[in-house]
Design a protein around this ligand. Structure first.
Ligand code: ADP
Ligand code: ADP
Length: 239
């Protein structure tokens, strides 16, 4: 079964229909890049996949389940907040803004979820955090606070933080759009390494070079629907 399988997904804010029947799928180990104009619903779709927004129509299956509902005795039962929280531990999300805790070191930012969400002992969580910081090339910066790090380094900490919960799926929402141009590549390199490690990823991005080189699939959103999905080489004219 695909990791994400959307069929006719609908979502509105009030009277404004933002997703108007999204069809989309991601296979295990696939790197799926998503592009499209601002306001076309890319962010909203990612938030639906993560259970942060309710799906108002169609079907959205993620990690083998209808998001927000469990089928039991032939009926759909809505998830409790606890069930949503449990679901989200399997999905790592990285935003345009890094949202790190300003008063904590990089290490403590990464160790936070294993300690507070997974209940891991502090020493063990910090050891794990160190491994993930090393994975994003920041072992030497573990004790710095966010303001002592560049934007690119902060985003790499945010990626390490997401990885610390051992997610099955990683969602990236324009992860390099807030960065100075010279800091973009170091973040894309970390994402590329993650892709080569076999992580299943959905990446909303304007970085066409990354989509072409690393993406298995490219999806175009426009006005709340998917207008094209296919191999990047087929969809992007050679240039
Ligand atoms: P994209 O990520 O493609 O830029 P978004 O999913 O962020 O698109 O937004 C899609 C549309 O939904 C936009 O018109 C945006 O203004 C609107 N929108 C996004 N979030 C909200 C919200 N919380 N309340 C109302 N409208 C929203
Ligand atoms: P982005 O374009 O980076 O995806 P936006 O600037 O559209 O983000 O939105 C920033 C925040 O404001 C998000 O939490 C989004 O849900 C919310 N938002 C966006 N558009 C609207 C809107 N029209 N009404 C209310 N909230 C909105």
């Amino acid at each position: 079964e695909p990791v994400v399988l959307a069929r006719g997904v609908r979502m509105s804010y009030g009277d404004t229909e933002v997703l108007r029947g999204v069809d989309f799928s991601v296979a295990p180990g696939e790197v799926s890049c998503v592009i499209g104009p601002s306001g076309s619903g890319k962010s909203t779709f990612l938030r639906c996949v993560n259970g942060l927004e309710p799906v108002l129509g169609g079907s959205l299956r993620v990690l083998g389940e209808e998001v927000g509902h469990t089928l039991r005795d032939g009926k759909y039962h809505p998830w409790t907040p606890k069930r949503f929280a449990e679901f989200r531990t399997k999905i790592g999300m990285v935003f345009q803004r890094f949202n790190l805790f300003a008063h904590q070191s990089a290490l403590d930012n990464v160790a936070c979820a294993p300690i507070h969400v997974a209940g891991m002992p502090g020493d063990q969580a910090r050891e794990l955090a160190m491994e993930h910081l090393a994975r994003v090339g920041l072992a030497d910066h573990a004790h710095k606070r966010p303001h002592q790090l560049s934007g690119g380094q902060q985003q790499r900490v945010a990626i390490a933080r997401a990885l610390a919960m051992s997610p099955t799926l990683m969602l990236f929402d324009e992860p390099t759009s807030a960065l100075d141009p010279e800091l973009v590549d170091e973040v894309l390199e970390v994402m590329k390494k993650l892709a080569l490690d076999g992580m299943t990823m959905v990446v909303v991005t304007h970085e066409i070079g990354f989509a072409r080189e690393v993406g298995d699939t490219l999806t175009f959103f426009d006005e709340g629907v998917v207008v094209e999905q296919g191999p990047p080489a087929d969809l992007l004219a050679a240039s």
